[in-house]
Design a binder for this molecule. Structure first.
Ligand code: ADP
Length: 416
């Protein structure tokens, strides 16, 4: 229309083309002017003085204003949500540290700041294992196996203990959950000390009683009717001594540091000896065989590894009828060393398998068959294995026998 109007005005002066050209120029100038204003508003972000414009411009300006207003409202909603999240994360009693794929700290809450002694300005962007330098934590991060939690003293020192659990989320991001477990650790320490002290204190009077019982049993002048009760009392005092020895052994294993790597134990020879010892036990199964698939040894403690083998083998003997069989084996592969004791005995019910390594846990069948056990053998095995970085795997089914496999990691295997 502007062009036509320009051409008409030009035509009145016999210059229709010039008129149209000047009108086109004015139109272009107007659009450029509005574009320039739009650019200025977008750059400064100040839209309060929204220009009126004309032609196509007012709806464009209005649309932009509407979109910016919507974005502003959305931003303030997010900000509010973030504030609420921060406040609720701050009220959380457990510490949470957000880590990126390189284990660098992205954010953390107040509890994490307190438990890990983090400083806002200094520690954001730092690798978590540069700040938490406990060897167990460094090994936990470098191993990358986050299926279990670890316990360690808090970096602030004192008597505070923390447990750390890593939860992967998003794209290679992780949430490190930190919990104050000082109370649990103290309780556990008190329990351990109590058991160790009580066992130690009970040992002396028991030795005296056992001594008098031996003397009475050997006394030719003792009345004949005393013999049966004396024999029962002696067997019970022997059982109590075993119980106290096992409790003391467990307390020692629980508080001792992991076994070093300076001694090599010949597992093949140990299993051959265990086979001979099993055949010397009363009511042993007819077949006891040992298969030594590797000459490799294990880095660890001879006495503790012997305790593992003898507990597993004596259980196999006690819970297998004499017509059954026992096989003991030692194999090494790329995943480490594997020591197995398998029997064709009474077996263990599925629901009892996770509990057999608990102290004093005895299955109903086990209780019926053997009153003499202390119920501590497998707990001792578990602790000895833990001190050798090993794990116990149990396969069993009632009536079909049981297999106990001790897995040791490759760094414990001493290849010859
Ligand atoms: P215990 O002195 O009672 O044998 P352990 O800790 O060695 O104590 O074993 C715990 C329980 O696990 C036993 O009471 C028994 O019920 C069960 N158990 C252990 N080894 C075997 C096995 N080879 N076959 C069947 N049951 C077993």
């Amino acid at each position: 229309m502007l062009l036509v109007a320009g051409a008409l005005v030009g035509w009145l002066y016999d210059q229709a083309l010039l008129g149209a050209f000047l009108a086109a120029l004015a139109c272009l100038g107007w659009q450029l002017f509005n574009l320039f204003r739009l650019d200025a508003w977008l750059r400064t972000g100040r839209l309060e003085a929204l220009p009126d414009g004309s032609g196509v411009w007012p709806p464009v300006f209005a649309r932009i204003e509407y979109m910016r207003e919507k974005a502003r409202r959305r931003r303030s909603r997010w900000r509010q949500l973030l504030r609420e999240l921060r406040v609720s994360a701050g009220a959380f009693p457990d510490g949470g540290v957000l880590l990126n794929a390189r284990f660098e700290i992205v954010n953390y809450n107040t509890a994490a700041e307190r438990l890990l002694s983090l400083r806002k300005l200094r520690d954001r962007g730092q690798r978590i294992d540069n700040l938490l330098r406990h060897p167990d934590f460094v090994a936990f991060i470098s191993a990358g196996d986050f299926s279990r939690s670890i316990e360690l003293p808090a970096p602030a020192g004192g008597d505070t203990w923390i447990s750390c659990f890593m939860i992967p989320y998003g794209l290679e991001q992780r949430l490190l959950l930190v919990r104050d477990i000082t109370g649990i650790v103290r309780l556990e320490r008190t329990r351990r000390d109590f058991v160790a002290n009580a066992s130690h204190e009970l040992r002396t009077p028991l030795t005296v009683i056992a001594g008098y019982l031996d003397a009475l049993a050997d006394d030719p002048g003792a009345p004949g009717v005393w013999q049966a009760p004396l024999a029962e009392m002696r067997s019970q005092s022997v059982r109590m001594t075993h119980l106290l020895d096992d409790l003391l052994e467990l307390s020692r294993l629980e508080s001792a540091a992991p076994c070093g790597l300076d001694q090599v134990v010949d597992i093949g020879a140990m299993l051959q000896r265990a086979r001979i010892e099993a055949l010397a036990l009363p009511e042993h199964p007819r077949v006891v065989e040992a298969t030594i698939g590797s000459t490799a040894g294990l880095f660890g403690n001879q006495v503790e590894l012997h305790s593992v083998v003898s507990n597993l083998v004596s259980n196999a003997v006690r819970y297998t009828p004499s017509e059954g069989s026992i096989s003991i084996s030692w194999n090494v592969d790329a995943t480490g060393g594997h020591l197995a004791v398998a029997d064709t005995g009474i077996g263990i019910a599925d629901e009892d398998i996770p509990r057999v390594t608990e102290r004093f846990f005895r299955t109903d069948r086990g209780r019926l068959r053997q009153a003499a056990g202390t119920g501590l053998g497998l707990a001792i095995v578990k602790h000895c294995l833990r001190r050798h970085d090993g794990e116990l795997e149990i396969h069993s089914s009632p009536g079909n026998g049981s297999t106990f496999i001790c897995h040791f990691p490759p760094h414990r295997v001493a290849l010859t």
